[in-house]
Design a protein around this ligand. Structure first.
Ligand code: 16G
Ligand code: MG
Length: 551
């Protein structure tokens, strides 16, 4: 054993050793994520795995991103991207976990195992694109990943600091021989900006929509990239960027999409301007939520559900206009979607809606079943994907002599919408341009956007338990299977409240159980969430202080 891959072992031990007491890490919902100091050997080993994956895919480029997204500064993470720019194949996750956790001494033999298992020809070329977020620990991890790629003769391409969705885009571009776009930062900007300009009409003077946007960059990479991008917009949209990093602002600390969504309040660092539209990105710019403060300074959140409904409504109207009604448009959500949004989508927009487990890979997979699949998590991660059939018929409609000018124009708009979308994964910058396009088209300010439907009050809580995996779920996490009796208890609590809904699930990124509740009033919702949290605490061996129910 170990003969064929001697350099792997030698390199690892000399340069990126795994400490004997290193924690065991799983390839979780979105790759490895933990304190940065535990990740150097993991990054190295994922460099190795990316090469193996590339060879299995006949030399197609694989992506490797160093980021911990919305987590605070001391954390970091590593995730892999498959050839179409999509999330890493789930069937390879156990291999990633195994490779990340073996001792240095067994590293070569595990590499060999994977080579044998997949019959990999190690003479093939292999290409890996590597990107990183702005964390101060990212360059070291990036170097480790590059060394991993080199150790088994792969070719690394380092992109430096980029958003996660940019790296997904580069991978797709490369593997489609640039059909999807040019795999460079410039190429990415070019595609978005050109599409945005095509869609952007002059702003009518009597419109409620104002082309001024405030942006909370979470002190991460997104604000910095937007600062470059906005200069290319020829003033069509004015973006004031805050929390761009520097000035002592810490990544994701009291700012960014996750903070705004979970805390339901504005971030620090963004000036208070009543009724101003503000978009908040997360640390690696794959999530976006909007918010505003009304005249009485009350905070209003426009989250992923709102963005999804806004975009789906617009696309539906375009489809009807250019008479492509045989194209099946559908929306994919998770159990976290507000019940009011689901009702609005099915009853008002008349769009089919599916519910899947939390995690982008599940949403993306489900959205592929539609010709036009819009998927969004309530937390602001989402995008739109178009089937080849949809693209071909939209393209044909844009030049179809049998249609009138208006109809052809609607099809051309859809083509530009496709170009404005990063179909590989949720992309905060692309989503922002999509939202701004639709708001301008509708002539809507934030109030009009908000009026589409009224959210049910909702509440999320966390419960610490001895082992969160004693909780198992079914029906896209909406029903609890284990421990015995918990679902019955939840059912009886929920039945006390009008429009009550609640579910529990073990977190995929933290060592806790998450509780979600909604009903018609804030008080009822808070009480329901706390009651469900107590039930979890009792039936799943809670640790620490028991949750309390408000009187
Ligand atoms: C990760 C997922 C996100 C999900 C979240 C849930 C990706 C790229 N990201 O951030 O989609 O909403 O985990 O976290 O898949 P939780 O399991 O702790 O609730
Ligand atoms: Mg993120």
């Amino acid at each position: 054993m170990g003969g064929r891959f001697r350099p792997v072992y030698a390199f690892a031990r000399e340069m990126h050793p795994r400490a004997s007491n290193a924690p065991t890490l799983p390839y979780g919902t979105a790759g490895f994520r933990t304190k940065a100091l535990h990740l150097e050997h993991v990054a190295y080993r994922m460099g190795l795995l990316a090469v193996l994956r590339s060879r299995v895919k006949n030399g197609a480029t694989i992506g490797l991103m160093i980021t911990a997204s919305h987590n605070l500064e001391p954390d970091n993470g590593v995730k892999l991207i498959d050839p179409h720019g999509e999330m890493f194949d789930m069937s390879w996750e156990p291999l990633a976990t195994k490779l990340a956790n073996v001792s240095d001494t067994d590293l070569s033999s595990v590499v060999e195992e994977i080579v044998d298992m997949h019959n990999i020809d190690m003479r093939l070329k292999a290409s890996v694109f590597i990107g990183m977020d702005t964390r101060y620990t990212s360059p070291v991890l990036c170097t480790a990943a590059t060394n991993g790629v080199l150790a088994i003769q792969g070719t690394p391409t380092e992109y430096g600091i980029v958003t996660t969705p940019m790296l997904h885009f580069f991978v797709r571009c490369r593997n489609t021989s640039n059909e999807y776009g040019i795999p460079s930062e410039e190429g990415y900007y070019l595609k978005l900006v050109n599409a945005f300009k095509k869609l952007r009409g002059p702003n009518p003077t009597n419109s409620s929509y104002k082309p001024l946007l405030y942006l909370d960059g979470a002190n991460g990479v997104g604000g910095k990239k937007m600062n470059v991008l906005k200069k290319k917009l020829d003033g069509l949209l004015d973006v004031s960027i805050f929390n761009m990093g520097g000035n002592g602002g810490k990544l994701n600390l009291n700012c960014g999409a996750d903070f705004v969504k979970v805390q339901q309040k504005p971030p620090v660092g963004v000036p208070v301007e009543l009724n101003q539209r503000v978009a908040s990105l997360d640390g690696d710019a794959d999530r976006i939520v909007y918010y505003y403060l009304d005249n009485s300074e009350t905070f209003h959140l426009l989250d992923g559900d709102r963005i999804a409904t806004l975009l789906a409504g617009y696309l539906m109207s375009l489809i009807k206009k250019c008479q492509l009604t045989d194209l099946k448009l559908g929306l994919v959500q998770t159990a976290y979607a507000n019940g009011a949004s689901t009702e609005y989508i099915s009853d008002k927009l008349c769009v089919p809606v599916a519910c899947v487990k939390t995690g982008v890979k599940y949403l993306h997979h489900e959205a592929l079943k539609f010709d036009i699949g819009v998927y969004f998590e309530a937390n602001g991660h989402g995008t739109i994907i178009y089937s080849d059939k949809a693209k071909a018929s939209i393209k044909a409609a844009s030049t179809d002599d049998g249609l009138n000018n208006d109809q052809r124009d609607a099809a051309s708009k859809m083509l530009a919408m496709i170009d404005l979308t990063n179909e590989t994964v949720g992309d905060a910058l692309s989503d922002m341009f999509l939202v701004e396009t639709v708001l301008q088209h509708n002539g809507w300010d934030v109030h009009q956007w908000m009026q589409a439907y009224e959210d049910l009050p909702c509440r999320q809580l966390k419960v610490s338990v001895e082992d969160r995996n004693v909780i198992t779920t079914k029906d896209a996490e909406r029903k609890c299977v284990k421990p015995d009796g918990l679902q019955e208890k939840i059912d009886s609590l929920v039945s006390k409240y009008p429009k009550g809904r609640a579910f529990v699930r073990p977190s995929g990124t933290e060592d806790i159980v998450r509780v979600y509740a909604e009903s018609t009033t804030k008080e009822d919702t808070d009480r329901l969430a706390a009651e469900v949290a107590c039930a979890v605490y009792e039936l799943a061996n809670g640790v620490g202080d028991a949750p309390t129910v408000p009187q």
